[in-house]
Every structure is written in structure tokens, then in C-alpha cells.
Design a protein around this ligand. Structure first.
Ligand SMILES: *[C@@H]1O[C@H](CO)[C@@H](O)[C@H](O)[C@H]1NC(C)=O
Ligand SMILES: *[C@@H]1O[C@H](CO)[C@@H](O)[C@H](O)[C@H]1NC(C)=O
Ligand SMILES: *[C@@H]1O[C@H](CO)[C@@H](O)[C@H](O)[C@H]1NC(C)=O
Ligand SMILES: *[C@@H]1O[C@H](CO)[C@@H](O)[C@H](O)[C@H]1NC(C)=O
Length: 380
């Protein structure tokens, strides 16, 4: 199984850049080591020595600390709470082998070092809007959590806990997902990680699915919008929204890196699943190439027989994807995405139901902020 890397990018309007190889849940563990050790084959895209280390702005001296967010709407199941600690341990410990999980390459390069901001004063961490805001909506995926949450924790440790916040909305799980994430709080506090966790009864399988998913995504972002810091520049925060996928720390850092490096508003990974022997691009509903077309041809009857003929009518994306280079796309979400928090913080957009083509293509001003970001993407 070949791990493929693809980066999509778009510098002007919204959307993407980005990255990687996320395997959808059911394939998340494997004893193969399907990884490429180098992300990019072409040196042209490989210059990592960016010097943009943003420094944190002056702390707000008198801002009150963020209120502890402990009012969660349920208590959890006693049996499941009992098994939660072993998951929590696996999540917090990359070397833990209690649960099968996708093997990740040991991070080697200095590629992402510049993303760290070491100078932040911990004392003020909670009063400054985080530079990296991780957001997730999760449902019924306990067995995925050691890999998914483990990689997020590794990334947060790498980026500096004082620069990060993690926000999770769980919903309707009966497999321990709620209990594990609930139990994670203590460890998060011990590690100095700002953690917002809540549970929602919203059920996307009943009624308007997209509306429900959009609301859940908005809930996950809410702690960022509610943040006490209203004065730091809105451009300094990157939201990393991750679905229920198996991914590695490197995937996350690559998304963040590509967004900065290309000065893109949004970068996306590519989400691969298996519908047959070869990796199959999953998120066809949202993803559109710069030619406005889906990534592979889907005829009227909806069959995926052309799934392996990706970018059949888009030679430049085809070539770049084939050679592991980032490429520009018109829209994307896929398994993970990193985007600027600016339009959300400035109340210009929220997740909502929408059509892809509602978004005007190629708005010349940096960041076509009026576009609705689609609250769709595979989740659950
Ligand atoms: C990156 O920086 C390191 C150390 O400063 C240097 O050795 C290396 O050649 C640089 N690489 C590029 C691509 O500029
Ligand atoms: C958690 O969700 C419930 C129900 O949606 C809500 O009433 C409560 O205020 C939320 N708590 C936090 C801390 O956001
Ligand atoms: C708690 O979880 C266990 C294990 O999944 C299940 O057997 C039990 O029915 C649950 N209890 C309640 C009250 O839901
Ligand atoms: C952090 O800020 C506090 C309060 O201003 C100050 O006392 C402390 O020395 C600072 N620590 C560092 C490492 O700068």
C-alpha cells in the first residue's frame, strides 16, 4: 500500500493547499508501513526555511481567565468510564501499544520547527487567542482515538501547548468515545493544554443532515469565537479541523506549514479510503478542481467506476498529484483542513448549508471572505 501525498493549494480565494494521506476509519490500522519518508519529491517545493515566526502580541493584563468549561450535558456510562483510562494513556503516550493503530513515521526533519513559537509566556496563555485551534466533531470512534487524538496531542506538544487549544464536540456515542474524551480532561490540564469538550444531541442522521453537521462544526468553533482575547489580530489563528480519520503528526504539521508557506487561506488533505485494492479518494462531494469538476468522473447513476481515474480532465492537477506536489483546488475539505480563523472571528462566515458553486471563483482580493465554507465533509 503506497502512501500518497497530495497537496492542493489556492492562494487567492479560499481553499486549499495541502497534504496527505489520511485513511478513513475502517482502514486505520495496518501492520504495513505505508509511508513515504519524504513528503515532497521536488526540491522546488521543499524549501522549509521559512523565517516567519510570529510572535505573540502583548498580553492583556487585566483580562479575566477563561471560565472553566465544565458544564457538560451528560455524565457517561460507568462501565465505559472504567475502560477510558487505558485509552487516555494510549492517547497521551505515542509509544503505547495497547491498541492497534496506524504506524506513523518518526518525525525527522526540521521542516516544521518554525511553526513553534517558544516565546509565549505560559502565564498569559489563556488570555491570548491561541495560534492553533484544533476542532473536531466526533461520533462513535473509540478505537480510532489512540491514533487520531494521539497525533493531535503530539502536534500540540510540538507546537507548544501554550499556543494551542483543542475543542471537541462529541455526539451520540455508545462505544466509549464520550467517556474517553471526557476522561482526557485531567491529562490535558496536567499538560497545560486548553481543552474544550462538550457533547451534543444533534443527530445528523435525522432530518437535514447538512444543517446538523454545520451546527456541530459551529459548536466546535464556538470557544474560539468566545475567547476573551478580542484584540489580537484575527489573522494569527489557524483552525485545524479534523474528521474521524487516522493521521499522523506530520500530516497535521504539513497542513499548517503549507497554509503558511503558500499564504493560503485554506489547505486540505486528501482523504483516502479503499473501495477496491487501490486507495480511493473519498471526499468527492465537496472537492472540486480549479476547472470546477469533481476529482473523478461520477456519472448520473452515481457509480464510482472511474474513481481510480482521478483528475481525468485536469492535467495540471493530475500531474502535480501524481508527483506528490500540492495543487490548487476550487473547494475541498476532506479528512483534515487548516484554515484562517479570520472570517469566523470577524463574523463573516459560519458553517451552513450551501452549494459549492455559490462561492464565486477567483475573487481577487486576498481571501474571498464572503464565501460560505461548506459544513459538509464526511464526518461520522
Ligand atoms: C535551511 O537551513 C539550514 C540551517 O540554517 C541550512 O543548512 C539549509 O541549507 C537550509 N535549507 C534551505 C533549503 O534553505
Ligand atoms: C454543552 O452543551 C450543552 C447542550 O448543548 C449546553 O447547554 C452547555 O452550555 C454546553 N456547555 C459548554 C461548556 O459549552
Ligand atoms: C454502559 O455500557 C455498557 C458497555 O457498552 C453497556 O453494556 C450498558 O448497557 C451501558 N449502560 C447504560 C446504562 O447505558
Ligand atoms: C511571564 O509573565 C509573568 C507576569 O508578567 C512574569 O512574572 C514572568 O517572569 C514571565 N515569564 C517569562 C518566562 O517570561
Amino acid at each position: 500500500m503506497q502512501r500518497k501525498l497530495t497537496v492542493l493549494w489556492k492562494t487567492v480565494a479560499i481553499f486549499l493547499v495541502a497534504s496527505s494521506l489520511l485513511f478513513s476509519f475502517s482502514w486505520y490500522y495496518t501492520n504495513a508501513k505505508p509511508f513515504i519518508s519524504k513528503w515532497f519529491y521536488s526540491s522546488g517545493w521543499n524549501s522549509v526555511n521559512e523565517t516567519v515566526t510570529e510572535t505573540v502580541t502583548t498580553p492583556l493584563e487585566d483580562a479575566p481567565p477563561s471560565p472553566p468549561s465544565n458544564s457538560i450535558s451528560k455524565n457517561g456510562n460507568a462501565t465505559l468510564l472504567e475502560m477510558a483510562p487505558s485509552y487516555v494513556k494510549a492517547i497521551m503516550t505515542p509509544e503505547d501499544t495497547s491498541f492497534p493503530r496506524l504506524a506513523c513515521p518518526a518525525p525527522t526533519s526540521d521542516r516544521y520547527l518554525y511553526l513553534k513559537t517558544s516565546s509565549t509566556n505560559m502565564t498569559h496563555g489563556s488570555t491570548i487567542r491561541p495560534k492553533y485551534f484544533f476542532a473536531l466533531d466526533l461520533h462513535q470512534c473509540a478505537s480510532l482515538l489512540p491514533r487520531l487524538m494521539g497525533s493531535i496531542i503530539e502536534s500540540i506538544r510540538f507546537l507548544g501547548p501554550q499556543n494551542c487549544a483543542l475543542s471537541i464536540i462529541e455526539g451520540r456515542s455508545t462505544d466509549g468515545t464520550f467517556e474517553i474524551l471526557f476522561s482526557l480532561r485531567e491529562e490535558m490540564e496536567r499538560n497545560g493544554i486548553k481543552y474544550y469538550f462538550n457533547s451534543s444531541d444533534i443527530n445528523p442522521t435525522v432530518g437535514d443532515r447538512i444543517k446538523a453537521l454545520a451546527e456541530l462544526r459551529n459548536q466546535a468553533l464556538q470557544p474560539l469565537l468566545d475567547h476573551v482575547d478580542k484584540t489580537s489580530p484575527t489573522t494569527t489563528t489557524t483552525v485545524v479541523f479534523i474528521n474521524d480519520v487516522a493521521l499522523c503528526m506530520e500530516d497535521i504539521l504539513e497542513l499548517v506549514h503549507q497554509r503558511k508557506y503558500r499564504n493560503a487561506d485554506m489547505t486540505c488533505a486528501m482523504d483516502w479510503t479503499y473501495v477496491g485494492p487501490d486507495p480511493t479518494f473519498y471526499d468527492v462531494w465537496i472537492a472540486r478542481g480549479m476547472n470546477g469538476d469533481t476529482f473523478f468522473s461520477i456519472p448520473e447513476d452515481g457509480n464510482w467506476n472511474s474513481a481510480w481515474n482521478i483528475f481525468w480532465n485536469n492535467p495540471s492537477a493530475h500531474e502535480r498529484q501524481r508527483t506528490g506536489k500540492p495543487f490548487q483546488a476550487f473547494s475541498c475539505w476532506n479528512g483534515a483542513t487548516a484554515f484562517t480563523a479570520e472570517p469566523f472571528l470577524e463574523s463573516k462566515i459560519r458553517f451552513r448549508t450551501s452549494y459549492e458553486h455559490e462561492c464565486p471563483q477567483g475573487e481577487p482580493k486576498p481571501g474571498a471572505r464572503s464565501c460560505g465554507i461548506l459544513g459538509t465533509a464526511k464526518s461520522q
